[in-house]
Design a protein around this ligand. Structure first.
Ligand SMILES: *Cc1c(COP(=O)(O)O)cnc(C)c1O
Length: 408
């Protein structure tokens, strides 16, 4: 949708390509130099051939770029490449500076004072801030519900409910939300459904294919995949873009830099192989952890002991690369375990080629009141592991020695 502005090389119809092929070639805009790798257009603005052309472009009568706050060829390539991946209903995509800019634009652009939003309470900390604190400050009422409970979503609906928002799987508890059933409830109420699909990635779950209306990503995570740049993406209908998102981004400017867009664009080329390798390792690590006497609980969506395993099988094609587990101990043992790890590093990021561990109760979810943490089941023994691209045997050996150290 967003890419009719510049001449495309004559490639076959991307609609017939498998996802892996779309991620390598989709959206490519080749310049007059015929470069193999996509170019970085580090430019703020664009030159017009005549005053008449400038006038026509501002009237939207001449296709072409005007200003990189709202469009840039490198950013267009990124947007088109992710759009092609999300499938039917993905009519438009917009890049943003961060994942939080994508979440904020997706939520705020479509709402106004007097509207109401319902959200799952198991959310990334900053997402929870947007819904719980920021929206009410501008007269948008919000209700947080247990996302697993369909009746809770139904009961939260009010005459002015305009949006539903959730993450599935949720960080770090791996709670799932039934995208198809919750979307039915939202649509019956005239509300649209926004899904933060970071944990599953577009390789393992495509929310639009289950009834959602808008998908958001922190591209900072798996799409970059090597911990370099911040970025975000919103994928939506042409109507939502035209009625709300386009103007919001154009006028408020949460734009992604062309350089960061280029890093994400190249990241998409290798996303399928990285997500596959990391998810396979994560599933094996989850099984290994579950056999260790000092591990009290393992949370991984596609393990048989996950409370929502049938839902995981219904809407996901893999469990993802994050494993959450409870150490049989308190903060002392959890910290001793983290400090003893030699390969997995302590960091709150995820989706990286490097394995990363975090203690949610004292970092990502520190801001929550103790009662809110208890309600979500985030205890002092909980550890979140983002599995990287290292050899599986090395990772398991590292976890093994750290567990022994923590309880020695
Ligand atoms: C990291 C993350 C975000 C925010 O993304 P940034 O790029 O850090 O702004 C939003 N949602 C989820 C689920 C995340 O993991």
């Amino acid at each position: 949708m967003s890419s009719d502005k510049t001449t495309r090389t004559s490639l076959p119809d991307p609609a017939n390509w498998a996802p892996e092929t779309r991620l390598v070639h989709g959206g490519t805009l080749r310049s007059q130099f015929g470069e193999t790798s996509e170019a970085i257009f580090l430019t703020q603005g664009y030159i017009y051939n005549s005053a008449e052309q400038a006038e026509a472009r501002f009237k939207n009568e001449d296709p072409g770029y005007q200003y990189s706050r709202f469009s840039n060829p490198t950013v267009t390539m990124l947007e088109e490449r992710i759009r092609l991946l999300e499938g039917e209903g993905a009519e438009a995509a917009r890049g943003t500076a961060t994942g939080m800019a994508a979440v904020t634009a997706a939520i705020l652009s479509g709402l106004k004072a007097g509207d109401h939003i319902v959200s799952a309470r198991a959310l990334f900390g900053s997402c929870r801030y947007i819904v719980e604190d920021l929206c009410p400050r501008f007269g948008i009422q919000s209700t947080l519900v247990d996302g697993r409970d369909l009746d809770a979503w139904k009961d939260a609906v009010r005459p002015n409910t305009k949006a539903f928002f959730f993450e599935t799987p949720a960080n770090p508890t791996m709670e799932l939300v039934d995208i198809a059933e919750v979307s039915k409830i939202a649509h019956a109420a005239g509300a649209s459904v926004i899904v933060d699909n970071v944990f599953a990635t577009p390789m393992l779950q495509r929310p639009l294919q289950h009834g959602a209306d808008i998908v958001v990503y922190s591209a900072t995570k798996h799409i970059d995949g090597q911990g370099r740049c911040l970025g975000g993406l919103v994928i939506c209908s042409a109507k939502f873009l035209e009625d709300h998102l386009q103007n919001f981004i154009r006028q408020t400017g949460p734009s992604i830099s062309p350089f960061n867009a280029w890093v994400m664009l190249k990241g998409l080329e290798t996303l399928p192989v990285r997500v596959k390798a990391q998810s396979e390792s994560a599933a094996r690590i989850a099984d290994w952890l579950a056999d260790q006497p000092r591990i009290a609980r393992v949370l991984y969506p596609t393990r048989d002991d996950h409370p929502q395993i049938s839902l995981a099988k219904k809407q996901m094609t893999g469990g993802g690369q994050v494993v959450t587990f409870d150490i049989d101990g308190s903060k002392t043992e959890a910290f001793a375990f983290l400090n003893a790890l030699r390969i997995a590093r302590i960091s709150n990021n995820l989706g990286d080629a490097k394995s990363l561990v975090t203690h949610p109760a004292t970092t990502t979810h520190q801001r929550l009141k103790p009662e809110a943490r208890a309600e979500l089941g985030i205890g002092n023994g909980m550890v979140r592991l983002s599995v990287g691209l290292e050899a599986l045997d090395d990772l398991i050996a590292d976890l093994d020695q750290a567990l022994k150290m923590a309880f020695s």
